[in-house]
Design a protein around this ligand. Structure first.
Ligand code: F6P
Ligand code: MN
Length: 325
C-alpha cells in the first residue's frame, strides 16, 4: 500500500510555500528530537538539566535539547519571522521578511521521559502582521487566527498530527526513509463518549461544578448519568489528546484552589490553542468555563488557561454546570 508523503499532502492541500517550509522545518526537528529520545540513557540525556524554565518548572535535559533543536531549525528557515517557546522567557526574532510566527512546547509531558513513556512536541503557526523584528505583541493573536497547528507524538510509532484549517491529518514516521506518510485523514471526535482524562489526585482542589461533573461520571450506571465511564491519564497532554483524536473522550486540566490567581496549569499559546485548533477541526469542543478557548485574546505568551476539551456533548455539559453555578 502506498501512502501520501507529507510534502505531497501539503501541495495537494494548496498550502502556500512558506507554510510548507515551516511544517517541513518542524518535521526535520522532530526527527532529530526522536533520535535524541531513542538514544536515551546511552547518550546521557535523561534526567534534570539543573535549571528552571520561565514557568518555574524543573527543566529536563531533553527539554533543553528539544528546544535547542527546534529553535535552531526554525530560526534557520527564511519563512519564520519569530519563535516563542515554553522554554524561552522571551520571543526570539528570526528573519525580517519571514511570513510566519511559530510557538511551541518542545517536549510536552517531559516528566514521562525518565520512565520511557510518551512525550510530544506541540506547535502553532500564526501569520506575522506586525513590526519588522518580531516582538511579543505580534504573537498575541487569538487561537482562531492560527494558520496551522499540530503535534508530534513520540510513542511506539512517531506520529505527526496536523491541521491547516481543513480537517486533521495523521502521518506516521517511516523510520526507513525519515518521511512522514499519511495514515489517517478522516480524524473525527464523536460528540458522546464513555471515557475521560483528568488528574483525579487534584479532585478536592477543583471548583464545585467540576467536582460535580466528575463525581457524576464516577457514579457510573448507578448515578445520574446512568452509564459507566472509563478513565485514562498519560500525564502528557499530547498523548491524552491523541487518544481523544483516535477514539474520542473528554480531557480537562481545571483551575484549582491551591493557586487561585493561576488560571490553570496548561499554557494557552503553545498547548491549549494548538490542541484546541486540532480538536475543533476534528469536530470537538475546546472551552474554559467562560467560553471557547480559541476566542481568548492572549495577554502574554506564557499565560495559562483552564482547559476542557474533546467530545462536544460532554464539554458542553461540563461547561453548563460551571455556568449554572
Ligand atoms: O505540559 C504540562 C503537562 O505535562 C501536560 O502535558 C499534562 O497534561 C500535565 O502537565 C500533567 O500534569 P500532572 O503532573 O498534574 O499529571
Ligand atoms: Mn507541555
Amino acid at each position: 500500500m502506498t501512502h501520501t508523503r507529507l510534502s505531497d499532502y501539503l501541495q495537494q492541500q494548496q498550502v502556500d510555500d512558506a507554510l510548507q517550509q515551516v511544517v517541513h522545518a518542524v518535521s526535520r526537528a522532530s526527527n532529530d528530537i526522536n533520535h535524541a529520545l531513542s538514544k536515551g540513557a546511552l547518550a546521557g540525556v535523561l534526567g534534570a538539566a539543573g535549571a528552571e524554565n520561565v514557568q518555574g518548572e524543573d527543566q529536563k535535559k531533553l527539554d533543553v535539547i528539544a528546544n535547542d533543536l527546534l529553535k535552531a531549525t526554525l530560526s534557520a528557515e527564511p519563512a519564520v519571522r519569530g519563535v516563542a517557546s515554553e522554554e524561552e522567557p522571551d520571543v526570539v526574532p528570526c528573519h525580517q521578511d519571514g511570513r510566519y510566527l511559530v510557538t511551541f512546547d518542545p517536549l510536552d509531558g517531559s516528566s514521562n521521559i525518565d520512565i520511557n513513556s510518551m512525550v510530544g512536541t506541540i506547535f502553532s503557526v500564526l501569520a506575522h502582521t506586525g513590526s519588522e523584528d518580531a516582538v511579543e505583541a505580534d504573537f498575541l493573536q487569538a487561537g482562531r487566527q492560527q494558520v496551522a497547528a499540530g503535534y508530534v507524538l513520540y510513542g511506539p510509532s512517531v506520529i505527526l498530527v496536523l491541521s491547516t484549517g481543513k480537517g486533521v491529518a495523521m502521518f506516521t514516521l517511516d523510520p526507513d526513509s525519515g518521511d512522514y506518510l499519511l495514515t489517517d485523514d478522516e480524524v473525527s471526535i464523536p460528540a458522546d463518549t464513555g471515557e475521560f482524562a483528568i488528574n483525579m489526585s487534584n479532585q478536592r482542589f477543583w471548583a464545585e461544578p467540576m467536582q460535580r461533573y466528575i463525581a457524576e461520571l464516577l457514579a457510573g450506571k448507578d448515578g445520574p448519568r446512568g452509564k459507566n465511564f472509563n478513565m485514562r491519564w498519560v500525564a502528557a497532554m499530547v498523548a491524552d489528546v491523541h487518544r481523544i483524536l483516535c477514539r474520542g473522550g473528554l480531557f480537562s486540566y481545571p483551575w484549582d484552589n491551591r493557586k487561585p490567581e493561576q488560571a490553570g496549569k496548561l499554557r494557552l499559546m503553545y498547548e491549549a490553542n494548538p490542541m484546541g485548533f486540532l480538536v475543533e477541526q476534528a469536530g470537538g469542543k475546546v472551552w474554559t468555563p467562560e467560553g471557547p478557548i480559541l476566542d481568548i485574546q492572549p495577554q502574554q505568551i506564557h499565560q495559562r488557561v483552564p482547559v476542557i476539551l474533546g467530545a462536544a456533548n460532554e464539554v458542553q455539559r461540563c461547561v453548563d454546570y460551571h455556568q449554572a453555578g
